[in-house]
Design a protein around this ligand. Structure first.
Ligand code: PHE
Length: 377
């Protein structure tokens, strides 16, 4: 009797294991690679929050191809090398049908050649550097490109704020920062403005007084800082301490609650370009904010919105592909037209980039307020 029970027990375990395997084969498995920890942790956390909210909704609605969507999430600790390693793992070990990530352009640039070589579609919700999608025909983005973001900010600085002499302070080891700096400079000078000084720093720096003092000596009427939130917050503080009162300008890398947490009142009066404004009254935006707040207890930043949209956009492409075949998904992604996202309408152009509107936000005390919307390029 004991023996029989044992056999039965083993039998049921085998059966259970087989069932699990079967059901996992029936999931549509998407690889998510992002920075859940490290220097830009809020980017990855928000992106993943947005993706998980979307996946929950998609699955509640029947999934894709009558199968549930399952994500495998890899944290890269905000490191490029780790981003590459996690994409190798997601492709080789987990056999994902497509990839969502990264936020930071440098990390997307590190991972994209792996995706391209293995012919796995990769959709970055947020990497804006022009080089990212140039890696190849499997690499897509659902956000605007920095050629547009940098030029838009230059026009805003020159035309709307009336600035004529601007200093630039960029992260010399960050592809995104260097790219934005170059576009801004070219556009601002093209309009007749002058870049009075260019200074740089590295991610992780905490002391910026020497370059800021050099900038102050030249009396700029604004400082463009195309960086990420941690350094931006510290730079703003030290700039104000040194008596620099002119507006500070930035890009989407400022988009994190941490910018104000770290920078405090020093960031007030600054402007930055972004993908979305939380005070946009459009019902689609406000509905999303409500759902996100219910689940996570906080107002979503742009990264959360972009993650949410990218997950839906990928699910939409898989549905249209009618298959989890990676080549068919690639083709469907390339054919994305008028996808109605929370962050705007997305149509893929022939270079696998989205052309979307930009918002300029103004920091007012501790609040970030919608200031202006600029139409797609
Ligand atoms: N655009 C930034 C980059 O390419 C990443 C980013 C997007 C950060 C959106 C915040 C919000 O590196």
């Amino acid at each position: 009797m004991k023996k029989l029970l044992r056999i039965l027990f083993i039998f049921s375990i085998c059966f259970f294991a087989m069932e699990c395997k079967k059901s996992s084969q029936e999931d549509v498995v998407i690889g998510v690679f992002t920075s859940l920890t490290g220097q830009t942790a809020t980017f990855g956390q928000s992106m993943n929050n947005g993706i998980q909210l979307a996946v929950e909704e998609i699955n509640a609605d029947g999934g894709v191809l009558d199968k549930p969507v399952r994500t495998i999430v890899e944290d890269n600790q905000s490191k490029s090398e780790e981003a590459k390693t996690s994409v190798i793992k997601l492709i080789q070990k987990d056999n994902v049908v497509a990839l969502l990530g990264e936020v930071a352009s440098a990390r997307s640039l590190a991972a994209a050649p792996v995706a391209q070589k293995n012919k796995v579609p990769m959709l970055t919700p947020a990497s804006t550097n022009p080089q990212v999608t140039k890696v190849g025909n499997y690499i897509f983005r659902s956000c605007f490109v920095d050629d547009y973001q940098g030029a838009a900010m230059a026009r805003f600085a020159y035309n709307d704020l009336g600035l004529r002499k601007v200093a630039i302070f960029y992260d010399a080891k960050n592809d995104y920062s260097v790219g934005l700096f170059e576009v801004f400079k070219k556009s601002f000078e093209g309009l007749g403005g002058k870049i009075v000084i260019e200074q740089s720093y590295f991610e992780g720096d905490i002391e910026f007084r020497a370059p800021l003092t050099a900038m102050k000596a030249l009396n700029p009427d604004g400082i463009y800082i195309p960086g990420y939130y941690t350094e931006v917050g510290l730079i703003a503080r030290q700039a104000r301490e040194l008596g620099i009162t002119v507006p500070l300008l930035g890009g989407d890398g400022w988009d994190s609650p941490k910018t104000i947490e770290i920078g405090g009142s020093a960031v007030s009066g600054s402007y930055f370009s972004n993908h979305y404004a939380a005070d946009d009254p459009t019902p689609k935006v406000q509905n999303f904010i409500k759902k996100y707040q219910e689940k996570y207890g906080q107002v979503p930043d742009a990264m959360a919105v972009l993650g949410y949209d990218a997950a839906y956009m990928l699910a939409d492409a898989i549905k249209r592909a009618g298959s989890v075949d990676r080549e068919k998904i690639r083709k469907a992604l390339a054919e994305t037209k008028n996808f109605d996202g929370v962050s705007g309408n997305i149509t893929m152009d022939e270079n696998r980039n989205a052309s979307k509107s930009i918002v300029i936000l103004k920091v007012n005390g501790k609040e970030v307020k919608f200031h202006k919307r600029l139409p797609p390029a």
